[in-house]
Design a protein around this ligand. Sequence first.
Ligand SMILES: [Fe+2]
Length: 350
Amino acid sequence: MNQSSEVKPKQVFPESISSTHKTVLNVDQIKQWREAGFVFVHGVFPSDLVDILRSEAHKRLPAADTEDSSRVRGFGSDIVFPSDISEHNLMTLDQTLLQTVAQLLACSVDDIRLTQSDVWAKYGRDESDEDFDNSDQRMHVDYPNHTLVHPPRWDRPEAVEAIVYLDNIEDCSGPTAVVERLGPQDPAYRWPIIDTPGVADLDYVNDRGRAEDYFSAKRPALSNWRKSLYEREAYVQYHVGDVLFYRHDTWHRGTPLQKGKRRIVMNLTFRRSMSEWISTLHIGWAWASYRPGKPLSHLLANLTVDQRTVLGFPKPGSDYWNSQTLAAVEARYGSFGMDMDPYRDSKLLK
Ligand SMILES: [Fe+2]
């Protein structure tokens, strides 16, 4: 019942389109994300940052075929923003990345907020006998454990998700599978998106074989419809530094790695500032404030105004700012070098 054999790509995305640093997606790439539900890009991040994060993550996360790795069944790790790997922080708030996300959401950078940034490893192993195993995932959308509601209409996206690959597909297989949306009438993307384990009265089951057995029992009339999603899946031919931008309402899944292999990725999510129903998946950024050496204070002080805003720091012109709050925040961060002028100069300062 479980089909955790190695996945052989049967469809291949077109050559990923290069986007050099300082530039963002072209019109066709934006259109693809908006209409088809994903876009696969390389060259978003400076390669030196990617290489260092990759090297650090490889050192810190359990190696394949170790006792520690055998206990990993889900996703996530303790490498979470704000991170003691500075390249992780720099990539999370990379200006090109932020501009790209803003373009996809058709808004300005100061209108996006970070809600997820973590680095984690997936491992190739034998067939699973556990519902929650992450190896051969069921076809799913990500919104249920990101938002308290349901994604809005397709043409009004409010979040961007990204997978940044830190390994090469040739070394471990396990491509991410995505179902392209073929226009407004595509039956795969009918409204609402609820026919998946974990939504409404359906239990959360991650493992593909077990999830589809469960779905067949609960929704026998729709079982063939879910089969059609698997038949349409296409696989990302990833390499180090490539980025898959997708959405909370994009059908996708992780596929099994080769046995005994490890693959590391960084997951990122950004939302529109007004979409407060989309949760931050980690503990709040401020929780890192008491770490020895005050790394969060140093980080905040040295970010641009837009980067701070993406973390939820009040932007110039916010109702938060007045002469008292300006002086108080300067007292907290001035010694770390934070330039308060952009907030002081705001026309709306009361
Ligand atoms: Fe997912």
